[in-house]
Design a protein around this ligand. Structure first.
Ligand SMILES: Nc1ncnc2c1ncn2[C@@H]1O[C@H](COP(=O)(O)OP(=O)(O)OP(=O)(O)O)[C@@H](O)[C@H]1O
Length: 355
């Protein structure tokens, strides 16, 4: 019960949308395909579904090439961004669709629909018109419809991206629970890091049609395989540094790394996220606040380091200005023009490369 992509490439005319991707999704595993817009995530998913033909390579199920197997014979369930429910059928009619196609008798259909609506948190919604549903409810129905015929693989293309942020966060948690509860094997396309990390056992990061890295969420987060992956995962500044006995140091200071991120002693490239520097009265780095922006539960600062040698190191690393990002608590965050001291925080740091 394994999906295997073997050197899969998909072209649109002269555009190479997917390039030589090798990927295995094990039974019961949820893999998120993550990457910037246009990197080929949806095309890859569509090729797995059978909606796009590979230019080369193969989509296999248990080592059998699916090239000759039509979309509706693959036994895969699909959920798209906008649900694509049938407007002329009620909720129960939508959820029962695949069961009806499979020739399941009425009593069994009713039972399965009830079970699925319960699972996605929509008990009692069976007779509702789908046009009366909120965006979040509609996506739950789409999920129930895809799960009803017990697909051997679930393919989800940006299933939550049409929803607002609060709803998306909640539904991502619910979706993760439903996937675990049903033991589903799934491939989920998303461009949202949080969503990928909430849902997936493993995250596959794509860039320009290629698979750049695949690994457990914490692994990918702490040890991005390349500067490109690191930049996509929010490491806006990447600086050369050293690791010695679990302590990382660079031009901006030093910090004890979280255990899981500690590489062997030696030279490294450190990736700094916006939370890598925090306001700290006894911090190693002195600077001047250039800009202050209030966020929900913290304040984001742009800071210019005071020491010209440090500024030069940052400017060289960024290939742009010498401004660094930092966070401060909402209470008494310094204002633009004021001095600030910053220290490195391990949670905001990734090890991009060891030399
Ligand atoms: N039907 C098509 N015809 C021609 N080119 C296409 C077609 N579909 C996608 N492409 C191109 O293939 C590349 C990959 O597109 P794809 O939609 O797979 O990326 P994506 O990572 O899913 O992006 P997004 O997150 O924006 O949906 C892009 O350059 C896109 O313009």
């Amino acid at each position: 019960m394994t999906l295997g992509l073997r050197g899969l490439s998909v072209h649109y005319g002269s555009t190479i949308a997917v390039s030589e991707v090798d990927l295995t999704v094990a039974d019961g595993e949820v893999v998120a395909l993550l990457g910037p817009s246009g990197c080929g995530k949806s095309t890859l998913l569509r090729a797995v579904a059978g909606l796009e033909q590979p230019a080369s390579g193969a989509v296999c199920w248990d080592e059998q090439d699916l090239a000759a197997v039509a979309v509706h014979r693959r036994g895969f369930g699909l959920v798209f961004q906008d649900g694509q429910l049938f407007p002329h059928r009620d909720v129960a009619g939508n959820v029962a669709f695949g069961l009806r196609m499979a020739g399941i008798d009425r009593a069994a259909r009713v039972e399965r629909v009830t079970e699925l609506l319960e699972l996605v948190g929509l008990r009692g919604y069976g007779n509702r018109s789908v046009t009366s549903l909120s965006g979040g409810e509609a996506q739950r129905v789409a999920l129930a419809r895809a799960l009803a015929p017990r697909p051997r693989l679930l393919l989800l293309d940006e299933p939550l991206s049409a929803l607002d942020r609060v709803l998306r966060e909640q539904l991502a948690i619910d979706l993760a629970e439903v996937l675990r509860a049903t033991g589903s094997t799934a491939l989920v396309v998303t461009h949202d890091h949080d969503e990928a990390f909430t849902l997936a056992d493993r995250v596959a990061v794509m860039h320009r049609g290629r698979l750049e890295q695949i690994g457990r969420p914490d692994e990918v987060w702490r040890r991005p395989a390349s500067p490109t992956v690191a930049a996509f995962l929010g490491c806006t500044t990447q600086l050369p540094g050293e690791v010695q006995d679990g302590i990382a140091s660079c031009a901006l200071g030093s910090v004890r790394l979280a255990e899981a991120a500690v590489p062997q002693d030696g030279s490294v490239l450190l990736g700094l996220r916006s939370t890598a520097l925090t306001a700290d009265p006894v911090g190693e780095l002195a600077g001047t606040v250039i800009q202050r922006v209030h966020r929900r539960d913290h304040v984001r600062l742009l800071v210019e380091p005071r020491d010209p040698a440090i500024s030069a190191a940052v400017r060289t690393a960024k290939g742009a200005d010498a401004i660094v990002e930092a966070v401060a608590p909402v209470a008494d965050a310094p204002a633009p023009g004021e001095p600030v001291r910053l220290s490195l925080a391990a949670e905001g740091i990734a090890i991009v490369r060891t030399h």
